[in-house]
Design a protein around this ligand. Structure first.
Ligand code: XUL
Ligand code: CO
Length: 436
């Protein structure tokens, strides 16, 4: 059975093509900075938006036409969705996918029932992976939709909820391991607070740290070697999410001795909700050796919530790729489209246009970033901006060989600092535009 019978295999046709169902820039075989685009991006499709999204929003119900889906929460419907999903991944030449446990598999009235459902679906996912060669970038557990998680999961004041969450993550890690998942993601869900008057923040953060140590211990026990990833987000659904941004996550990990076990999955729309640019979050985590993977999407400046739109902005993609190329790629992470089509884009073909657009935007961004890097325009300018640290007093400062008293003596002798050079922001922005 073919579910997208009208859609051909999506191939690379080059920038001159006028075919909307073809790649104009993403050529999996093309080499950029020594690696193929396939290996550089490791594109992944998310199950939740693409196969479970309905188009509903706080003001209206489902709009999306998904003729294969009977709308029920049955195991049969979930099994059929696996076929649909893998046909979609194959047609798009996407090498990876990722899921929450509850996206792929129906919940149960008891934990046992939910686990049994998950095992049945995992059998089918495994079969589909073996048949197609498509791999699992990461798995995760949905611990925010069910009412039991109203106060959070690991940070819930209800210890039974902590226990349920532990059992759920244990199972999701085991299934991820069985399916060869290369990473395991912890997005904060409802780990945060709505009001500090009723919240013991210290106790909640301690519980979260304890939970993470249990996860590390279980990974070792089952031999799961995948990378753990925190996914920073400042708000939504809670007023203040504990994993606010890269800096807050890294502080939590460092304070709780988890830095060796967890890196970050940086998402564009989360970065902007935190008042940062995506490039800021990427560079900030990368310089600390903690940039593991990205959730590629974009927000809407005027709407201001987590709209999870497909990334089509070449400027944004160029900024992302400058940071990613700078650390040589993302493996074992990848570029996952945590993005959904608008509720007005209700036909299945819109799913293809959306992903093709995102993949092409990243491919173009990468080509531009690689050229900028090859010409050395940014690196040369930035290196020149700091030359005062390459010799003399600056070199001694960086070497750590001078005290405040030494620096005072130096400046008393000199009288005043050397003149500054221009930051040339407008010039450097013009130079980047020349590459677009
Ligand atoms: C929520 C979000 C999640 C994570 C996985 O904003 O981004 O879908 O990516 O739990
Ligand atoms: Co995400």
């Amino acid at each position: 059975m073919e579910y997208f019978a009208d859609i051909p295999q999506i191939e690379y046709e080059g920038p001159q093509s006028k075919n909307s169902l073809a790649f104009k820039h993403y050529n999996p075989e093309e080499i950029l900075e020594g690696q193929s685009m396939r290996d550089l991006f490791r594109f992944s499709i998310c199950y939740w938006h693409t196969f479970r999204g309905t188009g509903s929003d706080p003001f209206g119900g489902a709009t999306l036409q998904r003729p294969w889906d009977d709308g029920s929460n049955s195991v049969e419907n979930a099994l059929k969705r696996v076929d649909v999903a893998f046909e979609f991944f194959e047609k798009l030449q996407a090498p990876y996918y990722c899921f929450h446990d509850k996206d792929v598999s129906p919940d149960g009235d008891t934990l046992k029932e939910a686990n049994d459902n998950f095992d049945r679906i995992a059998d089918k996912l495994q079969e589909a992976q073996e048949r197609t060669g498509i791999k699992l970038l990461w798995g995760t557990a949905n611990m925010f939709s069910h009412p039991r998680f109203m106060h959070g999961a690991a940070t819930s004041p209800n210890a039974d909820v902590f226990a349920y969450a532990a059992a759920q993550v244990k199972k999701a890690m085991e299934v991820t391991h069985r399916l060869g998942g290369e990473n395991y993601v912890f997005w904060g869900g409802r780990e945060g607070y709505m009001n500090l008057f009723n919240t013991d923040m210290k106790r909640e953060l301690d519980h979260l740290a304890q939970f993470m140590h249990l996860a590390v211990e279980h990974a070792q026990k089952i031999g799961f070697k995948g990378q753990f990833l925190f996914e920073p987000k400042p708000k939504e659904p809670t007023k203040h999410q504990y994993d606010f941004d890269a800096a807050a996550c890294l502080n939590f990990l460092r304070a709780n001795d988890l830095l060796d076990h967890v890196k970050l999955n940086i998402e564009t729309n989360h970065a902007t909700l935190a008042g940062h640019t995506m490039m800021h979050e990427l560079v900030y985590s990368s310089i600390q050796g903690a940039l593991g993977s990205i959730d590629a999407n974009t927000g809407d400046l005027l709407l201001g919530w987590d709209t999870d739109q497909f990334p089509t902005d070449i400027y944004l993609a160029t900024q992302c790729m400058l940071a990613i190329l700078d650390q040589g790629g993302l493996a074992p992470g990848g570029v996952n489209f945590d993005a959904k089509v608008r509720r007005e884009s209700f036909e299945p073909i819109d799913l293809f246009y959306a992903h093709i657009g995102g993949m092409d935007a990243f491919a173009r961004g990468a080509k531009i970033a690689a050229q900028i890097r090859k010409d050395g325009v940014l690196s040369d300018f930035v290196a020149k901006r700091y030359t005062s640290y390459d010799e003399g007093i600056g070199k001694q400062i960086e070497a750590g060989s001078l005290s405040f008293a030494d620096l005072e003596a130096y400046m008393l002798e000199k009288g005043d600092s050397a003149p500054n050079s221009s930051g040339r922001q407008e010039w450097i922005e013009n130079v980047i535009n020349d590459y677009l």
